[in-house]
Write a protein that binds this ligand. Structure first.
Ligand code: 6GU
Length: 235
């Protein structure tokens, strides 16, 4: 899979992309992540990329020209057999869920467009007809951190990226039931008086699977209300 990130701040991705999982995936040739700087497509002596919103209001907007030119230069570097899926990171987008991550991971090419300032000029959305993704109902200073969240969630779903192929299938929000995982334990058997549940030491895999399923159902219902779908747990 190839992922192109279009951003004003490519340097924000450096440490992140060198990190263990993504660094190894790129070395192994499973993932090819490239960074493009919107600033390289700025025109004029001041290389300006932002301007004040028409109609007034606070802050600055990214100018549509450099953004669209940068995305189009990335798209031009794609064979017709591998059309890229363009996704803009914006708080107005559809919420990122495990299902959305799976959908993005099924693409061969992804372009992630990071906004800054107060957001994008509407004509960027109109011109690119891009997917729009938000990582939650809170405001970030820019789309870069959100793009890193998307890359992390997507990369670990690619075949061969995780050591153990089953672990992505067993994850919270995965599989057909989309439950969160229940409690898990490792050694020691007793920690500060808290003991590992006997069933996990029983060696009875049928019993263990049944216990885990029951725990996952309980953890899932603790965390979301069946009526509102909103979290019910505050601690
Ligand atoms: Cl994708 N961008 C920004 N700026 N803020 C956000 C977001 C994205 N998702 C949630 N908040």
């Amino acid at each position: 899979m190839r992922i192109d990130v279009v951003t004003l701040f490519p340097e924000m991705f450096q440490g992140f992309l060198e990190g263990s999982l993504l660094g190894a995936a790129q070395k192994a040739g499973l993932l090819d992540i490239r960074l493009s700087n919107i600033r390289d497509f700025a025109t004029g002596v001041h290389r300006q990329v932002d301007d004040r919103p028409y109609g007034g209001g606070p802050g600055m907007l990214l100018m549509p020209g450099p953004v669209v030119d940068c995305v189009e230069s990335v798209l031009a570097d794609a064979p017709a057999s591998q059309p890229a899926h363009v996704a803009m990171l914006t708080p107005a987008g559809r919420p990122l869920t495990q299902q959305v991550a799976e959908e993005l991971a099924s693409r061969e090419r992804l372009v992630l467009l990071c906004g800054r300032y107060e957001g994008f000029d509407q004509r960027v959305c109109d011109t690119l007809a891009a997917d729009q993704i938000s990582i939650g109902d809170y405001v970030l200073s820019g789309g870069e951190v959100a793009a890193m969240v998307v890359i992390d969630a997507v990369a670990r779903l690619l075949p061969g990226v995780l050591g153990d192929e089953q672990s992505a299938v067993d994850d919270s929000f995965s599989g057909t039931d989309r439950l969160v995982e229940g409690p898990q334990y490792t050694r020691p058997r007793e920690f500060r008086g808290l003991r590992v549940p006997d069933v996990l030491l029983s060696g009875d895999h049928g019993q263990i699977a049944a216990w885990r399923h029951k725990q996952a159902l309980a953890a899932t219902s603790r965390r979301t209300s069946p009526t509102t779908g909103q979290p019910t747990q505050t601690s």
